[in-house]
Write a protein that binds this ligand. Structure first.
Ligand SMILES: NC(=O)c1ccc[n+]([C@@H]2O[C@H](COP(=O)([O-])OP(=O)(O)OC[C@H]3O[C@@H](n4cnc5c(N)ncnc54)[C@H](OP(=O)(O)O)[C@@H]3O)[C@@H](O)[C@H]2O)c1
Length: 252
């Protein structure tokens, strides 16, 4: 069970899922450290409510201070599946922040930096990692995003760290353009679809960023999610209260 003696590092804290993870942790009065490449952006989002550490997954030296005293890591970093400005192109053939560099090697750098007594490493992967040859995932993987996610998953499984791997479908809800923390805390999926959890990369559908953030935090309270990977989508009628125990009991 999480408590306020824990310190949770959120990598990708300024991203769509990451900011919602931070908001949810703060809503539960849990201590948060935000790993970011851009201190001003994080300060604008989270004010002084989180401990901000500047780091870049590509450079292991920048991760040392980030992991100090951390008990849990939630990694929601990412870049675009298809070439974009966010790949940080040097020239047409060479990008400095491609999926393989961030989601593959970068995630591995964070895993290697983590201390052996870490209580949990949660990794947001993707639907399709085990179906890279079938539509639509073969198209999504043209530039290797699913190969990179699988590389990250395997690095985590082989690390010996207690892990949880989450595979959402195409993300909906956000990213939020409002950097106002109070707006993020009010973000709700009320009236939207239920949470469906599966195993073996078999589910098809969309997933709310809000529910990805919810599951990243909720799973830390359930031992049965340790060393497990699962799929999450939204489908069906949403119940008033989500029964995480019941959902997680389907995965082990
Ligand atoms: N989009 C989808 O449909 C989809 C589907 C399945 C899974 N996912 C996965 O879901 C997760 C969340 O997606 P999202 O769209 O909410 O994320 P996002 O808004 O794209 O945010 C990505 C975050 O990663 C950070 N980042 C990028 N490169 C980095 C580096 N080299 N070092 C440190 N941080 C770095 C970014 O920081 P900066 O602000 O510094 O750029 C940003 O905070 C990602 O892992 C994504 O791959 C997405």
């Amino acid at each position: 069970m999480l408590d306020n003696s824990d310190l949770i590092l959120v990598a990708g804290a300024t991203g769509g899922v990451g900011q919602l993870v931070v908001a949810k942790l703060l809503d539960n009065n849990l201590p948060v450290r935000a790993l970011t490449r851009n201190k001003n952006k994080a300060k604008q989002m989270f004010e002084d409510r989180v401990n901000i550490v500047v780091g870049d997954l590509r450079y292991p030296d920048t991760l040392t201070s980030a992991i100090e005293n951390v008990t849990h890591i939630i990694c929601c970093t990412g870049t675009t599946a298809f070439p974009s400005q966010r790949w940080d192109f040097v020239n047409f053939f060479d990008a400095k922040n491609s999926p393989q560099i961030v989601e593959g090697e970068g995630v591995k750098n964070l895993i290697l930096a983590a201390t052996k007594n870490l209580k949990r490493f949660v990794f947001v992967s993707s639907s399709g990692v085990l179906r890279k040859d079938s539509l639509p995932f073969n198209i999504l993987n043209i530039f290797g995003v699913l190969d990179a996610k699988l590389y990250g998953e395997n690095a985590l499984k082989n690390s010996g760290l207690p892990y949880t791997i989450i595979r959402p479908g195409r993300l909906i809800d956000g990213p939020y353009t409002s950097y106002d923390l109070n707006t993020l805390l009010r973000a709700k999926t009320d009236g939207k679809k239920a949470v469906v959890i599966g195993t073996g990369d078999t589910l098809n559908g969309e997933t709310s960023r809000i529910d990805v953030a919810n599951v990243c935090v909720e799973c830390l309270n359930y031992e049965l999610t340790i060393n497990q990977g699962f799929d999450i989508i939204n489908s069906g009628k949403r119940p008033e209260v989500i029964d995480w125990q019941q959902l997680f009991s389907q995965i082990s």
